[in-house]
Design a protein around this ligand. Structure first.
Ligand code: NAI
Length: 711
């Protein structure tokens, strides 16, 4: 049998236990690995020749990734889940009770169970490598840290720092871990093994290094019962604000930490186990774990057969506007590539560079980047008004005005300048890739790379495939997107691609509700209450009314029989109500912040408000059903490859509530027949746009989206 742990003991009494899960790139605590570790702990506790032990990993980038998520995904019995929690707690407590000091040598990502065993070591030593994160992401999976994390982290870093990590499911960088006292030493990566050994040898020689602890100020506050009460109250308020009551895990975690602090270690562990029993079997946890799996799957694979990605060593960005400046910045930042940024005016170029500089400044301010390194990366962006330097680039990303003729002309121009292998990507949000490539020689290298705004924060890239796009071009964009830290989803070119097409249906319905006399705040509240990050009126303001109205025309021309908008849309733009950027839209603004819906809008649009006590459930149902219907069409037309890809794209591109697991997964959980019935009821009331389409009928017959369109 292959084993996951390898133990070496030197004559001087130094034990090194190396975790190396066979055949995997990451160490996870599978059931078998836990059993093996349990036997090793039994053996270690009886050995009098050992004076110190180091826990290390053989994996290059990962120390320990945590528990086996599949096991949590499968558990359906609360008692079994609770039992799993107790087993881990008991094992890590036995590790903690070993009769010699132990060191967690963290030289890679350390998550969940990895952090919990580290917290059960006497010392945590961490490498200063940039990519390393240590934390407890459990609440992001809908559970709480259940192998002692809720109980042991506050002991190590103090209450406030612990809550900051546990409640948000955070992982922190090495420097931060050292600063808050989670790590006892921060070690340069190049000398990591040597320094860890020196630390251990010191212990064997009789030294007793002091473990770090939280700051005096924090201690004073937390030791005082009144101070503690304030900390818990604030934390609860913050959780309710960020989760809007949709996620119970952070609140449960808060209760567990409280119990541990008030009643001690054993009570804390007991509360952890009970919370795991309840949460691990909940639909929210299952949906969040489903999202986790989709994210993991999107990180690897997904390449199209038939062409290797082009190696990108230098790139160019066309257009230095809102999107171009952001795209140039992440290319320089994440890929450290020389980037040429071209525009048609000096002012635009200056603005683009300023935008990139401000993003780097933000990173320096947050201490994610040292100033000299930020300056070096910014200097990688070179600006120009002509195509100089383009003869050497491997990738061009175009982000100029959304006008087909201009894009066609520009693509034809650059094709004659760049090398033959260079991939030509467009960030268009609505135009056909085939039409953009129409006048370009070798149109197979033209592909869409649709970023979302703001580029540095939005995690999705739609990789838009035209009829002639080559696998090599697609694979290049998949690879580059991943290196930029984004999740690429391959979609076929078509009006609105995937995300904006689906979104158009829900936004149109919101506009019809407004037209019928629903209040803007009621529409937005219904969507937020359902879990959307913001309501449709607020979202339209953010996107910009000019853009939204422009897209609405394109989309209703594409799908006239089922996508229509009230006739007054253009009036908003004519009135200068361009949304947040104009500080005037559906909402009123003060000092850059959205305040409340502007009552003047009703008059402007000729709407008399008449619906006073709306039913928010019916309203959200009405916003979601057209998207479900359209999702089936998108899948049938192969706009997107699978229900899981559609769900992931919508979550990452629009903030569709993760706890619902995605649009298709939510619809499947509701049951197709139930939703079809609701669609029919709405059809009788409001017209054919709600009629369940043939595509959705086929989904229902097959038993759901995930049955008909599996990954
Ligand atoms: P923008 O108006 O902020 O910037 C466009 C820039 O392109 C301007 O600086 C303009 O001077 C420049 N430009 C125009 N013709 C040019 C040419 N021939 N060569 C070089 N530069 C030229 O526009 P924004 O918002 O950055 O949009 C750019 C593209 O990205 C559009 O295709 C848009 O549909 C797409 N997009 C926009 C999103 C957004 O939220 N703003 C989101 C996703 C995609």
């Amino acid at each position: 049998m292959s084993t996951a742990f390898h133990l070496e003991v030197t004559e001087s009494g130094l034990a090194t236990l190396i975790f190396d899960l066979p055949g995997k790139s990451a160490n996870v605590f599978t059931l078998e690995a836990m059993e093996e570790l349990s036997e090793i702990v039994d053996e270690l506790s009886g050995r009098s020749d050992i004076l110190c032990a180091i826990l290390a990993s053989a994996k290059k980038r990962i120390f320990i990734a945590g528990a086996d998520v599949n096991a949590i995904a499968e558990v359906t019995d609360p008692a079994e889940a609770e039992q799993g929690s107790r087993r881990g707690q008991e094992l890590f407590d036995r590790w903690e009770a070993l009769p010699f000091p132990t060191i967690a040598a963290v030289r890679g990502a350390c998550m969940g169970g990895g952090t919990e065993i580290s917290l059960s070591c006497t010392y945590i030593l961490i490498s200063d490598r940039d990519d390393i994160r240590i934390g407890l992401p459990e609440t992001k999976l809908g559970i709480v840290p259940g192998w002692g994390g809720c109980t042991k982290l506050p002991r190590k870093v103090g209450l406030m720092a612990a809550l900051d990590i546990i409640l948000a499911g955070k992982a922190v960088r090495s420097r931060k871990a050292f600063k808050i006292g989670l790590a006892d030493a921060l070690i340069p990566d190049a000398s990591f093994p040597r320094e860890v050994k020196k630390f251990a040898d010191g212990i064997i020689a009789g030294k007793k290094p002091k473990a770090r602890s939280s700051s005096l100020r924090a201690k004073l506050l937390e030791k005082n019962p009144l101070g503690r009460k304030i900390v818990f109250k604030q934390a609860r308020k913050q959780v309710l604000k960020t989760t809007r009551g949709h996620y119970s895990a952070p609140l449960r975690a808060l209760e567990v930490v409280k119990t541990a602090l008030a009643h001690g270690h054993e009570a804390g562990l007991e509360a952890e186990a009970r919370a795991i029993g309840e949460l691990a079997v909940s639909p929210t946890a299952k949906n969040l774990i489903h999202l986790f799996h989709m994210m993991e799957a999107a990180k690897s694979g997904g390449f199209i057969e038939g062409g290797e990605p082009v190696e990108v060593n230098s790139a160019a960005v066309l257009g230095a506007g809102v999107m171009g400046g952001g795209i140039a910045q992440i290319l320089a930042d994440k890929l450290s590539l020389p980037v040429r940024m071209k525009d048609i005016g000096y002012d635009a170029l200056a603005k683009g560079v300023q935008h990139a500089a401000s993003l780097f400044r933000k990173q320096v301010k947050r201490r994610w980047l040292e100033r000299p390194e930020a300056e070096r990366r910014l200097a990688l962006i070179r600006t120009s008004l002509d195509y100089s330097g383009f003869e050497k680039v491997d990738l061009v990303i175009e982000a100029i005005v959304e006008k087909l003729e201009v894009k066609q002309k520009v693509f034809a121009e650059i094709a004659s300048i760049v090398p033959d292998h260079c991939v030509l990507a467009s960030n268009t949000s609505s135009l056909s890739i085939d039409l953009i490539a129409q006048d370009t020689p070798n149109p197979e290298r033209v592909v869409g790379m649709h970023f979302f705004n703001p580029v540095d924060r939005m995690p999705l890239v739609e990789v838009v495939v035209g009829n002639k796009t080559s696998p090599a071009a697609i694979n290049t964009i998949i690879e580059v997107s991943r290196k930029l830290g984004k999740t690429p989803i391959v979609v076929k070119s078509g009006p609105g691609f995937l995300v904006n097409r689906l979104l158009a249906f829900t936004l149109a319905e919101a506009m019809w509700m407004l037209d019928e006399g629903h209040r803007m705040e009621d529409i937005d509240r219904a969507a937020s209450r359902w879990g959307m990050p913001m309501g449709p009126c607020a979202l339209t303001d953010e996107v910009g009314l000019d853009t939204a109205v422009h897209v609405s025309h394109i989309m209703s021309e594409a799908y006239p029989e089922r996508l229509t908008y009230p006739g007054w849309m253009d009036k908003m733009v004519e009135d200068g109500r361009l949304g947040a950027k104009a500080q005037k839209g559906f909402y009123l603004y003060r000092k850059g912040h959205r305040t409340q819906p502007d009552p003047a809008v009703y008059n402007l649009l000729g709407i008399t408000r008449k619906i006073d006590s709306p039913n928010p459930d019916r309203m959200s149902e009405r916003l979601m059903l057209p998207m479900v219907n359209e999702a089936a069409r998108c899948l049938e037309e192969e706009i997107v490859r699978s229900a899981a890809d559609l769900d992931l794209a919508l979550i990452l591109g629009t903030g569709f509530p993760p706890f619902r697991g995605g649009l298709c997964r939510w619809a499947d959980a509701q049951g197709g027949n139930k939703l079809a019935l609701e669609m029919e009821q709405w059809t009788a009331k409001l017209g054919d746009r709600f009629l369940p389409g043939n595509a959705y009928r086929r989904v229902i017959e097959a038993g759901g989206f995930y049955e008909l369109f599996p990954s």
